[in-house]
Design a protein around this ligand. Structure first.
Ligand SMILES: [Zn+2]
Length: 108
């Protein structure tokens, strides 16, 4: 599966085209040909990937609720430190007003 174009449009529009990592705000569309970041999955597409043991927010791995717009640097930061950048923390940055249930890997 891949992220649907409509979902990407909503993600970029709601994020204002800037990195959603707190304090960054880098404008990601450098020009018409160069993007300095992209959508990152909060829960990885692979079970072995970052936070891959969790159920994706919203129930769809490629849905808006499981995506966050970040610059290339912060994508590496959040994916290399999944214990620090948890599903809950990334969701708060992505959708501060969202009320989504986080399903822990053990089903709690
Ligand atoms: Zn950033």
């Amino acid at each position: 599966m891949s992220v649907r174009p409509r979902v990407l449009k909503v993600l970029w529009a709601r994020a204002g085209g800037v990195c959603s990592f707190p304090g960054c705000g880098l404008e990601l569309a450098f020009d018409a040909n160069i993007l300095l970041g992209e959508n990152a999955h909060i829960v990885a597409q692979s079970k072995e990937g970052p936070r891959g043991e969790y159920e994706p927010p919203g129930g769809d791995l490629d849905g808006y609720e499981n995506l966050i717009l970040v610059c290339d640097v912060h994508q590496k930061v959040v994916d290399s430190q999944p214990a620090t950048y948890t599903v809950a923390k990334l969701l708060r940055g992505h959708m501060p007003d969202a009320v989504l249930e986080i399903v822990e890997p053990d089903g709690r």
